[in-house]
Design a protein around this ligand. Sequence first.
Ligand code: AHR
Length: 703
Amino acid sequence: MSTKITTLRMLPPAALCVLLGASTVLRAQSANAVEIQIKADQVASHVSPMLYGLMTEEINYSYDGGLYAELVRNRNFKEDSKDPVHWQLVEERGGAGSRSLDATQPFNEAIGSSLKLTVTQASGNQRVGIANDGFWGIPVKPNTPYRASFYAKAAPGFAGALTVAIVSNDGTTAHASAQIPRVTQDWKKYEVTLTTGKASPSAENRLVISTGNPGTVWFNLLSLFPPTWNNQPNGNRKDIMQLLADMKPAFLRFPGGNYLEGNTVATRFDWKKTIGDISQRPGHLNDSWRYWSSDGMGLLEFLEWCEDLHMQPVLGVYAGYSLRGGARFAPGAELEPYVKEALEEIEYVTGDAATTWGARRAKDGHPAPFPLDYVEVGNEDNADRQVGSYEGRFAQFFDAIKAKYPKLKVIATTPVTTRFADVIDEHYYRRSEEEMAFHANDYDTRRRMGQPVFVGEWATRVGDPTPNMSAALGDAAWMTGMERNSDLVIMASYAPLFVNVNKGGMQWQTDLIGYDAMSSYGSPSYYAQKMFSLYHGDNVVPITAQGVPTREWQPPAGRGGFVPPPQAAGRAGTPQPQAPPAGAGRGGRGNQPPPGPQQPPMPQQVPLMFFDATRDSKTGAIYVKVVNRSATAQPVHIALSGVAAVEASGQAIIMSASSPADTNSITEPARIVPITTKVDGLSTNFTRTFPPYSISVLEMKAR
Ligand code: AHR
């Protein structure tokens, strides 16, 4: 990439044209203060109250081994039909035995095999048992109660007690333990609380269930939960929930993503198999991301997660299309069962106890219906190359949903002509900061057609496993464009949200929040999101800029090359963009146009600074966001019109780094975080210098 820096000088009449494509670039001789003007008494558009939300799916061990607090891995032995993976045999001090999967002892219809422990030698202080190694360890923290539960039944002749304990991997330390005095010969649930003492925090532990008596015992659905957010019984990890709560997200799009669709219909998110007591949930192979899903995070848990964080659910329903082998159902009778399934799912979410599925939800423990405004039909259905398939499928879902739930807004995953979708979901994964910054102003020139946009997945994919500061700068540039155009972009959610950073945990690089068994952290992109979500007014105010430095960017050649911004047809009062460069790929697998003849990409000038301004209609506070991607501190002269005065004191929230490669990690979770300081010297006419590689919000009080 070239690093040649020039200066963008332009003053388009339209309020929203803060920065434009290379057609408007005039090269300047020096890097003087950038000039920005803010018309604080005018309203360019409104910031959607739904703009900042979350998108989630089971990827990168997002729930199992992630947010879902269950600590036992392979708790019902479905991960492998032959081998009880993650379960080891424990033989202590000469005790002997075996452990195996036993299909002759089915647990219920959902779980066909049990774990059989046969103890052949155990006397004196000898012990034999089973141990689970969890998701990259079982985390132990001091003075903490853990809820252990399991089902067991004993063969005739076994008369021993069982010890349930959290034990260090080397077997030397039992951090907490409890006794089950006897086990009956019928399946029965056993529950104990294991409370640690002054234990040193560590993940190098296992859950061990052992006995000192010979005989046979079968086990099933073994579970261990630490304290959860809001003490939900089948709940979520507190630390990760806190990171999410701090973002104040407006909505949660779930359950995917590819995870919604599966590779085949059998491996889709089959919501009916994810509800009810966890002992009745079979789980399923998450073949989109190649690992087993316990479905402990089922439909009700997604909804309770929304409730816990005051988020609106945005419910993705399976739309009769899976990812592999042309697995789709033709519109008409073939598709109808899946339309019915979606209607029932909506009833489970919103119906009262007089409805069939509302009653089922009440039985599952949540009598009150959940609020629901948005339903999304499928995911990235432009990947379905059968001409017209989604047109027909979407129309059938749309008609059925609107007939029963006329107030619901129905989101299409790609543009459709058969119906006027309420919202269109667009996905943008960019491979570099430069590429994301190049596109940051795309929505300034998007024609308003009365159909709002949900940017349901987007990210600057730089950094592994989590984004670095370079990615955060690209993200922040992009967010200025979405916020400024929030009359059009009414919702946005970064993806993927989570990654377990252990080896083997990540399937998709660059994820917002990272964790292992012990702790979690937000990436620089996480903090950028938080800054945008927390600090904005409800009105977008016009802002213009001159003298913005640019940097030359050589777009990559080849696939994912030259892709124009969506429907770039110009918006009244804004200049037309020039055709954008190669390297502007949209979407993950979706929203990609079919490959066409490749043009050699031209180098492009990409702005190094981005701005937007919003104002709170109630308090009058003005929020100016400034993104400085350059390696130098950048003075900016800010002139506000339309206000009598601005108080001299305000606050600045600034996140900066000494290098774009700087990042956060498990060991350095807070290397790059926003810092809030009181600032003075604000007025309707002032100059402020923004640090290199920085994202800033200036909050000013205006009269
Ligand atoms: O976010 C990862 C994947 O990217 C999603 O599952 C899919 O919708 C997109 O292609």
